[in-house]
Design a protein around this ligand. Sequence first.
Ligand code: NAD
Length: 361
Amino acid sequence: MSDEVIVAAEALRALIHEIVRHGGSAAAECKIVSNHLVGANLAGHDSHGVGIVPTYVINLENKLLIPNTEVATVRDDGAFLQFDGGKGYGQRVAAEAMQAAIDRCWDTGIVAMTLKNAHHIGRVGTYGEMAVEAGFISLHFVNVTDHFEIVAPHRGSDARFGTNPVCIAMPTSDPAEPIILDMATSKVAMGKLRVANNAGTRLADGIVIDADGAPTNDPGVMFREPKGALLPFAEHKGYGLALMAELMSGALSGGGTIQPGNERLEGIINTMTAIVLDPARLGDVGWINAEVDAMADFVKASPPVDPALPVLVPGEPERLSRAARNANGVPLDRESWEQLLGAGETLGLARSEALAIAGLA
Ligand code: NAD
């Protein structure tokens, strides 16, 4: 049996829609969640794609994820918007909060938006993409709470943070080619360790430490007790950015940080602070875009050390992956696939039906 399953994107969307529907969500929510998760797989981020659904099902059963929850406004004060996600599907409540920030930005030119208490919001670049589609720039700081810590601080030997992503999204003159930096502040996203652990692959050096703080290549240290820790990217700089993402999101949103004085029920709660900015309020957009294009072209023209690996700009790997996976289907490792089918069964979606929806019967 092959250790990989390939599912066409449309069929995978239909399957996730059905699993989420079995979890109690109305059709519109199923659509947002399935589009987002399959979109993450298409972008090449399997860590934030459909493989996370089994965790969502556990959280649904433990009432740590509440379906059919729309975002609630906490503050509406000109350029300042604050929202509470009510433990609803993060893909939905974060999109609602982001859309409100974008709508407001047409009037105010800049918006500071915070979101607290959202269940896992998924691939943060999705919200950057929403901003650039409107012609806006956005910055996003995100933390992870309610969950055990995963990432060690620089010089530390145990975990004190989540993988705290940061995203900066910038339009270019081509709406199809924005520059979107969207990254965990850990060496890799936690989901990538789940994928590696499921696939039985060893990690490169310098990504995780074991429970004694010693370097290891075994992703399993993150999935058994006593747990190890992921390391931040770029030593003290990545650690510093992780801490600032924690504070910018957790403290400003009112949702709180991962410090142990706050509630911890072992769900996955994200808080996000996003700044949305209309470049037209700072200059001529045609000139700004042309300057962005020229700089990106300049950077990309650097002769690659390896001719097979040309210089890219952030957002480009995701576009390349999207083109390939839309054409050839989404590959999922067998273990993640079995876990996904199992999650469907838990909610009452028979395996045979799931395989039929996925076009694999
Ligand atoms: P990654 O390391 O694959 O990519 C990070 C960034 O680097 C991307 O913007 C990508 O376009 C860019 N990039 C990659 N290769 C490049 C190259 N050769 N040249 C130029 N740019 C390049 O991503 P990651 O850090 O593993 O994060 C994966 C995803 O996980 C992100 O979408 C992030 O939002 C998400 N995430 C979410 C949470 C959460 O709690 N919701 C937590 C952590 C991460």
